[in-house]
Ligand binder design. Sequence first.
Ligand code: PLP
Length: 389
Amino acid sequence: MSSQNPVFIPGPTNIPQRLLNAMHIQTRDHRSPDFVSTLEPVLQGCKQVFGTTSGEVITFPASGTGGWEAAITNTLSPGDKVLVARYGMFSQRWIDLCQRHGLEVEIIECAWGEGAPASRFQEHLAKDKAQQIKAVLVTHNETATGVKSDIAAVRKAMDQVQHPALLLVDCVSSLASMPFAMDRWGVDIAVSGSQKGFMLTTGMAILGVSQKALQAMSTATMPRTFFDFRDMLSANANGGYPYTPPLQLIYGLKESLEMLFAEGLEQVYSRHHRLAQGVREAAQAWGLSLCAQSAENYSDTVTAIYVPEGFDSNQLTEHAFHRYGVSFGIGLGQMHGKAFRIGHLGLLTETMMLSGLATIEMAMADLDYPITLGKGVAAAQEYYRQSVI
Ligand SMILES: *Cc1c(COP(=O)(O)O)cnc(C)c1O
């Protein structure tokens, strides 16, 4: 199997050679005087990607899951109530994490394929006269279903009933690939990680934290040590880290930010939109339906596609892997066996995208799917030919 084939999973993403090189560095002393000049610009660059000037950026050696845990343990107390909508595997996992931390989780059930229901959030918050709900949790881009949610609409719903809860947002699979505006959307904590839009190896949780969230730390009694924002902020302010930092990742992130800014964030977002639209054109040409239920909720980083009745999506992704050496995302949770996912984020070009579409199309043809070989690829080609860069 060729190690040169890109992966088409929605994270971890393909790592550009330039970033592999940037991370390929020998151990350096993180207590040396030059550590601060390495970390500080990285934190500043991340602020720009989050869209915050008033917030802080806090990093931990962890995956995105650690970022979720940091967000809740720094701002909440055991027994606090949080409000969250369940519409996919990742919103479900965050719910599970909250429950295991002793939070009372008020769950709004949604169909998988829907996004965060702002109006239902508003109803729940309006009923909460005693203001017991301390945080609203939203997954911006539900990686299981390929659905993006309107965070500004959730903030508006909260403001309309003047509810003081914190707005905590998971943007792990959207940040640095799709527009995100932490300050403008009134997000209190935005949780992300190194291995998706930043195109790095896994191992760094990256959080944008508002002043309001920082204030919540003074009353939050959830136990926290490794993930304590206060330790990290005071260490960073003194040019250090409270423990050994993931130095290679910090160098990688510095380079990643340079790549993103050199391309231009707006161009990065429009490239992702164009790549995603090509995938959606292909799915339509195959006659397959998307899990995402409405066009305004289409994710530009991942597309979840249902296989026809009577077919097993796991067999399809396994065949693509064994026969062609290419990985696609499997269906998660209730979509297991029913859908596959095409990840289209990070370092991807139209040329790479077409190779992925051609591969999954061959795999479908091999397994006697009711598709015509070439039709999906042609639809994407036609779109890419005509879409303006
Ligand atoms: C990838 C991802 C995460 C984080 O998962 P880790 O494996 O812990 O990095 C969280 N939320 C979403 C929406 C994701 O796509």
